[in-house]
Design a protein around this ligand. Structure first.
Ligand code: UGA
Length: 462
C-alpha cells in the first residue's frame, strides 16, 4: 500500500479504523492530544475495551505501520488522506460541540500537502461539511483539497467486526476522483477480510464468533452509496434516530403488554418478521444510552429547529426513553413496597454489553435513582467498573463477581445484558439472596424457568 493515512482521534472509530488499515499495509498515523492514550497505543494495546481490537493494535505497532503520535506536524504533511474521527460531545442545549472538528480542519489547513483528501468520519450536523470547507479555504487560500463525508456505522462491542465487514459504504462529496480514492481504501478492507486466515491471529476470533454473517456476499460495489455532501451527513444521524425511535416504540408497546398479558418479546418477534419492519432494535427494556443515540437524537432535533422544523416524533422518543427508569422502579415498588433500606444488586453498568463505555448508561441512571430512593446497592460489571465510578453514586458497593454482588440481596436487576449474566446458573442465586425478586430489565432471561425456581420475576412488557 503506497498511501499514507492520518487518522485524527483515537476513539472507537479512529483507533479501530487506524489499527485495521495498518494491518492491511497502509502507513497510518493515529493522532490524539492525550499523551496517556498515545503511550498506551504505543505499547500495543487499546485504552478502552473492544473485543479483538488489541490484536490489531499490537500487530500494527509491531509492523511499524501504525504510528501513534501527538504531533500534526509529524503526520499530516506526508499524508495522502486525513480521516477526522474526533468526538463531538453534546452541549447543554443539545447541539454538538464541534471544536474538535475545526481543530482537525485547522491541522489540515496548516500542514497538509497539495491535493489532500480530508474525510469526515465524525458525526456532524447536516451543513457542517460546507462550513469546514470554507474554514480551510479561509485559513489556507493556496491549498487544493477535497472534502468527503464518510459516516461511520460501527457499533461499540462489535467495532472490529463492523469495520472489517462493511455492510454499506456511504461517501458524499463533490469531487468524483476523491470519492473514488476513498472507495478504493475501503475496497482493500473488503479484500483483506476475504483473505483472512483466522488461525494466524487471535484477534480475528472476535470477528468470526460474533454470529453475524461473516463475509458479506453482496459484491462490494453494490454496497457503495455515493451521495452529495449533505445527504451523507444526514444519513448518519437519521439512521441512529430511526433506530432509537424503533426501541422507544417497542418500549411503549411493552407498557401496553404489561397491562394486557401480552409478551412484548413475542409481539416484537411477530412484528419484526415482516421484512418491511425487521427484527433488529425492537428489544424492549430499560432504553437506549451510549455516546451516539442520545447525542444524535438531540443533535437532529436541534438542527431541525434552526430551520423552524419541530421534530416532535424524536422528542416523543426521548420522553419514552426517559420514562423507562421510573417505570422500572414503579414496577419494583409494586412488589417490594417502599425501597428504602432494601438491598438491591445491579448487574451491568455499561450502556450495553461488550463495552466498557458508560456514557448515558440507563443502568447507571437506574442505580443512581435507586440510591435516591434510599435503597442499599451493590453492583458489578465485567468491564465497566472503572468507568462507572465516574458517574455512579459513591454509596454503591462495587463487587468483583456476580455471587458477591447478589449476596443477601432482596432483588437482583439485570441492567445490562452481558452474557455472563444470561448464562448464570440462577438456581445458585436462591441460597445467596435473602429475597426472591429478579428484575430482568433487558428481557433476556427465561421467565418460566425463573418462576419454576421459585423467583418472582419482573420484565418490561412480559
Ligand atoms: C449506534 C449504532 O447502532 C451504530 O450503527 C452507529 O454507528 C453508532 O451508534 C454511532 O453513531 O457511532 P452504539 O451506540 O454502539 O451504536 O450501540 P447500539 O448497539 O446501537 O445500542 C444503543 C443503545 O440501544 C444501547 O443502550 C442498547 O442497550 C439499546 N438497545 C439496542 C435497546 O434498548 N434495544 C434494542 O433492541 C437495541
Amino acid at each position: 500500500m503506497s498511501k499514507t493515512i492520518s487518522i485524527v482521534g483515537t476513539g472507537y472509530v479512529g483507533l479501530t479504523t487506524a489499527a485495521i488499515l495498518s494491518n492491511i499495509g497502509y502507513k497510518v498515523y493515529t493522532i490524539d492530544v492525550d499523551q496517556k492514550k498515545i503511550d498506551t497505543i504505543k505499547s500495543g494495546k487499546s485504552f478502552f475495551y473492544e473485543d479483538g481490537l488489541d490484536d490489531f493494535v499490537k500487530k500494527g505497532i509491531d509492523s511499524g505501520n501504525l504510528i501513534p503520535t501527538l504531533s500534526y506536524e509529524e503526520s499530516i504533511p506526508t499524508s495522502d488522506i486525513v480521516f477526522s474521527c474526533v468526538g463531538t460531545p453534546d452541549r447543554e442545549d443539545g447541539s454538538p460541540n464541534l471544536d474538535y472538528i475545526f481543530s482537525a480542519a485547522q491541522s489540515v489547513a496548516q500542514y497538509a500537502k497539495q491535493n489532500i483528501i480530508f474525510v469526515q468520519k465524525s458525526t456532524v450536523p447536516v451543513g457542517t461539511g460546507r462550513k469546514v470547507i470554507e474554514f480551510i479555504k479561509n485559513k489556507n487560500h493556496d491549498l487544493q483539497f477535497s472534502y468527503i463525508s464518510n459516516p461511520e456505522f460501527l457499533a461499540e462491542g462489535s467495532a472490529v467486526f463492523d469495520t472489517l465487514n462493511i455492510d454499506r459504504l456511504v461517501i458524499g462529496g463533490d469531487n468524483t476522483e476523491a470519492l473514488e480514492e476513498v472507495q478504493k481504501v475501503f475496497e482493500t478492507v473488503d479484500t483483506f477480510v476475504k483473505s483472512l486466515d483466522t488461525t494466524k491471529f487471535a484477534g480475528y476470533a472476535a470477528f468470526y464468533k460474533s454470529g453475524k454473517e461473516v463475509i458479506n456476499s453482496t459484491p462490494f460495489i453494490e454496497r457503495v452509496i455515493r451521495t452529495n455532501l449533505e445527504s451523507a451527513e444526514l444519513i448518519k444521524v437519521t439512521a441512529n434516530a430511526f433506530l432509537a425511535l424503533k426501541i422507544s416504540f417497542a418500549n411503549s408497546i411493552a407498557k401496553l403488554c404489561d397491562e394486557t398479558n401480552a409478551d412484548v418479546n413475542e409481539v416484537m418477534h411477530g412484528v419484526g418478521a415482516d421484512h418491511r419492519i425487521g427484527k433488529a432494535f425492537l428489544y424492549a427494556g430499560l432504553g437506549w444510552g451510549g455516546g451516539c443515540f442520545p447525542k444524535d437524537v438531540s443533535g437532529l432535533v436541534n438542527v431541525a429547529k434552526n430551520y423552524d422544523i419541530e421534530m416532535d416524533i424524536m422528542n416523543a422518543a426521548v420522553d419514552a426513553n426517559d420514562s423507562m427508569i421510573d417505570y422500572m422502579i414503579h414496577k419494583m415498588e409494586s412488589l417490594l413496597g417502599n425501597l428504602e433500606g432494601k438491598k438491591i444488586a445491579v448487574l451491568g453498568l455499561s450502556f450495553k454489553p461488550g463495552t466498557s463505555d458508560v456514557r448515558k448508561s440507563q443502568s447507571i441512571k437506574l442505580a443512581n435513582k435507586l440510591v435516591y430512593k434510599k435503597a442499599h446497592l451493590s453492583a458489578f460489571d465485567p468491564q465497566a467498573m472503572e468507568e462507572a465510578q465516574k458517574t455512579l453514586d459513591v454509596s454503591v458497593s462495587l463487587k468483583e463477581n456476580i455471587n458477591d454482588t447478589i449476596k443477601d440481596a432482596d432483588a437482583v436487576i439485570i441492567a445490562t445484558e452481558w452474557k455472563e449474566f444470561l448464562n448464570y446458573n440462577w438456581s445458585d442465586a436462591k441460597s445467596l439472596m435473602s429475597g426472591k425478586l429478579i428484575v430482568d430489565a433487558r428481557n433476556r432471561l427465561n421467565k418460566k424457568e425463573l418462576k419454576n425456581l421459585g423467583f418472582d420475576y419482573i420484565g418490561i412488557g412480559r
